[in-house]
Write a protein that binds this ligand. Structure first.
Ligand code: NAP
Length: 678
């Protein structure tokens, strides 16, 4: 007899093996018990306390960049050890192709968040959301929205289908925000999650208390949540509804984000004939979505919407492709589709397919046929055709979480949109069309009911990520029956674990809090020209005030002829004066920028390595011949890029002889460290 493996939880800094009340975990292909997980009782208050009092403070003392480096190191460590995850994952029914989504996709998500955070977040502990708001005419009272980490724990309750990606896609933004996580994977596949947690903890990169793992039931943990905790749930609508109504969650207004069932649709554009490349693309998308993870994917295509006159060729093409799908052991390289996760899941899919069959004819497969491979949880694909999708209900409401999809005819684009929207809120809809007008009509009609719209045609064929793949850069979630939650979407996801606070006060106060220069704050005197000082030596608010320079008519003429910019406002006094913006001939804006650089640069070789761009440029007042301009150059923020140099954002204000601002912008430079960082 094969040994039954104990799947432990990692709680309050220690591994805790399952006890007598553990639940069984079965091999998807054979149905035999391979492991057990769970505990009769848990010190849930202690687990939450450990996260809040040990993990939270440890993470909060790190900057966003420190946390990003930690996540990158974990991604590298997981990547180096992923073969063990592959090997174990086969027991869940996942094939090598499925591992690319779950294991490689999860690791890739960590890499993307680590890199985006270092590019888009400051090397600080406060995230600034949006610009400084002027709340008074004289600029002495201003406002700024800031985001700081919530002081509680993030409880991640995950579905069985992505034991690795499901954990990592939530951990990355949670840790970046500075919150500790308590991960509760679905029991059916928690042995894979447990291994991923062991690999991460063994790396030594996870601070104490930042990660706990609860395998099996979660006990009464949700009765102890506070308004500083976050619950991020992925699973069925039924479980979400039950958990959402926990009295403590209601009483404490605990953030509860749900990603649940979704009846995702794909639409074949009316412009696509059977011989167009888009037709093959459409067929391939449907087949991939039906068979990757054996259709156990929240984003999988469940409803296939096709112009009424294209139904026959689509059925023929899909049936031909489905008949070539090889079903078998997940670890067999010849296998296209492995088993479902468990026999319970098979029974559930069979029952849901029976509901769909009451409204649609089966055109591929047989819902009553015996399993394609005996033993275990094998389930052959089923393709249904619903002739009258307007009269039908169950095909729009029943999520058979397996290789099951239903074809439906549509009359015109409005009808296609109406059918897609009958999912009552979905994670994703895809549209295969080569006509931008079709794309516009469908997107604007369906966007309110969908979290993501995937448009594909011959131009995206190579690079497109596919209907079903949530990308870390783009949001994942959907309204209504999809749960109303939102995950991923780059730095947006980090903010789900932070509190946004409106801070109002003087520019000096706001600068001290945010670590960014706020226009109007008292200048910090520069001990030397800032271009002579390394990245590490520069202080936020350090300001250089330059000499003034008079702009002459000759300067304007010379610049105009040298650059070729002889626009009438610079050359023709009468024409310029007829323009409502100018008193007569005025200096070019670009001439002012060039003169500003001439006033503030320090010419010698030094720590400034390159000018990498300008942001937020505004010309505020025209400059006439005879006016003189000077510049205030202020260090606004600093972002290290690597141990050798970092990006400095400078606030530049060009003013005239009356101290009126004539132009303002943010200048970006790369500056070397005086002392390279470790
Ligand atoms: P599920 O049965 O609702 O379970 C989801 C999670 O909730 C599991 O970790 C489960 O743990 C846990 N859970 C169940 N009852 C609980 C309770 N009383 N207290 C605390 N936790 C509890 O869903 P599933 O069968 O794992 O996943 C399939 C469903 O998830 C499908 O409907 C699919 O559409 C949806 N899904 C959605 C997304 C998305 O991103 N929108 C992604 C994947 C899946 P146990 O396993 O220990 O019961």
């Amino acid at each position: 007899m094969t040994e039954i493996r104990d799947v432990s939880s990692y709680l309050i800094g220690a591994w805790c093996p399952p006890d007598a009340e553990a639940r069984p975990i079965h091999d998807a292909a054979t149905g035999r018990q391979l492991a057990r997980a769970g505990h009769g009782s848990l010190d849930t208050a202690g687990i939450l306390r450990h996260a809040r009092e040990v993990g939270g403070p440890a993470l909060r003392q790190l900057s966003f960049h420190d946390r990003a480096r930690m996540i990158k190191a974990l991604a590298q460590h997981l990547d180096a050890n992923k073969q063990a995850l592959y090997d174990l994952s086969f027991s869940t029914g996942a094939t090598l192709r499925d591992h690319a989504f779950d294991i490689d996709g999860g690791i890739g998500t960590l890499f993307v968040f680590a890199s985006k955070a270092r590019r888009e977040m400051p090397d600080a502990t406060v995230y600034v959301d949006g610009p400084v708001e002027a709340l008074s005419r004289d600029g002495s009272f201003v406002g700024q929205h800031i985001c700081t980490p919530l002081r509680g724990a993030a409880i991640h309750i995950n579905a069985f289908n992505f034991p690795v990606w499901g954990m990592l896609e939530k951990l990355a933004p949670t840790w970046l925000a500075g919150m500790p996580a308590i991960v509760k994977p679905a029991t059916a596949t928690c042995h894979v999650t447990e291994l991923a947690v062991r690999i991460m903890l063994d790396s030594g990169h996870v601070p104490d208390g930042a990660l706990q793992l609860v395998c099996g039931g979660i006990g009464d943990m949700l009765d102890h949540v506070s308004g500083q905790d976050v619950i991020s749930f992925t699973g069925s609508a039924e479980t979400a509804a039950r958990l959402r109504s926990t009295p403590a969650i209601q009483r404490e207004a605990t953030r509860f984000s749900a990603e649940q069932d979704s009846l995702n649709a794909t639409i074949l554009g009316p412009d696509v004939p059977p011989d167009a490349p888009e037709f093959d693309l459409f067929v391939s998308e449907v087949i991939r979505e039906m068979t990757v993870k054996a259709g156990q994917k929240c984003t999988a295509i469940r409803r296939i919407l096709v112009p009424a006159d294209a139904i026959d060729p689509v059925i023929t093409a899909l049936c031909a492709r489905l008949s070539r799908i090889t079903i078998g052991a997940a670890d067999d390289p010849e296998t296209d589709m492995g088993p479902l996760v468990s026999s319970a899941q098979c029974a559930d899919v069979r029952a849901k397919a029976a509901l769909i069959a009451s409204e649609a004819a089966c055109v591929f497969g047989d819902p009553d046929a015996p399993p394609p491979v005996p033993g275990g949880a094998f389930f052959a694909p089923l393709l249904f055709f619903c002739r009258d999708p307007d009269a039908a209900h169950l095909v729009h409401e029943t999520e058979a979480f397996g290789p099951v999809a239903t074809l439906m005819p549509y009359r015109d684009l409005d009808h296609a949109v109406a059918l897609a929207n009958r999912g009552q809120g979905s994670l994703v809809a895809s549209l295969i069309t080569h006509d931008p007008e079709v794309a516009r009509t469908v997107t604007l009609g369906a966007a309110a009911c969908h979290g993501r719209i995937y448009l594909a045609d011959r131009t995206t064929m190579k690079a497109g990520s596919g209907h079903g793949a949530p990308l870390p850069h783009m949001i994942h979630g959907g309204p209504g029956r999809a749960g109303g939650g939102e995950e991923l979407g780059g730095i947006r996801a980090v903010l789900h674990y932070m509190q946004r606070t409106a801070v109002q006060g003087s520019p000096d106060m706001l600068r001290a809090i945010t670590g960014r220069h706020v226009p109007g704050a008292t200048p910090v005197p520069a001990p030397a020209h800032p271009f002579t000082r390394g990245f590490d030596a520069l202080h936020i608010g350090e300001t250089l005030e330059t000499e003034a320079r008079t702009v002459t008519l000759d300067d304007i003429e010379t610049f105009a002829h040298f650059t070729g910019d002889t626009f009438y406002a610079h050359m023709d006094d009468a024409a310029a004066a007829r323009n409502p913006f100018f008193p007569g001939r005025v200096a070019h804006g670009y001439l002012l920028l060039s003169f500003a650089a001439g006033l503030f640069v320090h010419p010698e070789e030094g720590p400034v390595l390159a000018n990498t761009g300008l942001d937020a440029l505004r010309f505020l007042k025209p400059v006439s011949p005879g006016d003189s301009v000077s510049v205030l150059l202020t260090v606004m923020s600093k972002t290290p890029r690597n141990p050798a140099y970092g990006e400095v954002r400078w606030h530049v204000k060009i003013k005239n002889q009356n101290a009126e601002p004539v132009a303002e912008y943010e200048l970006l430079t790369m500056n070397a460290f005086d002392t390279p960082a470790a």
